[in-house]
Design a protein around this ligand. Structure first.
Ligand SMILES: *[C@@H]1O[C@H](CO)[C@@H](O)[C@H](O)[C@H]1NC(C)=O
Ligand SMILES: *[C@@H]1O[C@H](CO)[C@@H](O)[C@H](O)[C@H]1NC(C)=O
Ligand SMILES: *[C@@H]1O[C@H](CO)[C@@H](O)[C@H](O)[C@H]1NC(C)=O
Ligand SMILES: *[C@@H]1O[C@H](CO)[C@@H](O)[C@H](O)[C@H]1NC(C)=O
Length: 151
């Protein structure tokens, strides 16, 4: 009985130290993780609820920051990945496009907003390409946006 307990303890310690090492290497990689590590990113469905949530939150933040008279929303998801790293990390490339909803109308449900007909506003910037990296820590009820850039 006792030796078994000791074995268990040793195993735990080994695991803990492995995880410790992992933490360091993950931090050192600065978020640009290779595909060969444990918890490496994998593709997820565009319909994934968690993914939809982080994209919606990013859209609100985009609209909050933009000076545009119209609201933007996600129009296409090019790539969506999830990675389990002390929580859930989403890595998304998507497009965000101008809708017909005016900001000043304070419409807070983007799903009711249709996209602008193509070329209607004679502007080239009707669509932006966005890269988003979000880290969700469910047990802390915390969501951190690590990267969100649209060009
Ligand atoms: C919009 O931005 C302001 C300041 O930049 C911030 O205080 C506010 O919380 C933001 N609102 C949302 C919904 O992100
Ligand atoms: C993941 O999705 C991207 C974009 O859709 C695709 O190019 C890539 O081949 C996919 N990778 C895997 C492993 O399915
Ligand atoms: C937004 O509108 C859509 C369609 O009209 C509806 O299904 C959805 O429940 C609404 N969402 C919120 C948060 O009100
Ligand atoms: C998590 O945070 C949201 C908003 O920040 C809040 O509405 C919700 O009640 C929180 N949930 C828990 C379990 O703390």
């Amino acid at each position: 009985m006792l030796p078994q307990c000791m074995m268990g303890l040793k195993l735990l310690l080994l695991l803990a130290s492995l995880l410790g090492v992992l933490d360091v290497s993950l931090a050192a990689a600065g978020g640009h993780l290779g595909g060969s590590m444990p918890g490496s990113p994998y593709n997820i469905s565009r319909k994934d609820r968690g993914l939809q949530r982080v994209i919606l939150t990013a859209s609100y933040s985009f609209n909050n920051k933009s000076n545009d008279a119209f609201l933007f929303k996600s129009s296409k998801i090019h790539r969506a990945q999830r990675q389990i790293v002390k929580g859930i990390r989403y890595n998304v490339d998507f497009e965000i496009s101008r809708t017909v909803c005016r900001k000043r109308d304070h419409n807070n449900n983007l799903s009711n907003c249709n996209f602008q007909p193509e070329g209607r506003l004679h502007q080239v910037s009707e669509t932006f390409q966005c890269h988003l990296e979000v880290w969700v820590i469910p047990w802390k009820n915390e969501t951190k946006t690590l990267v969100f850039v649209c060009t």
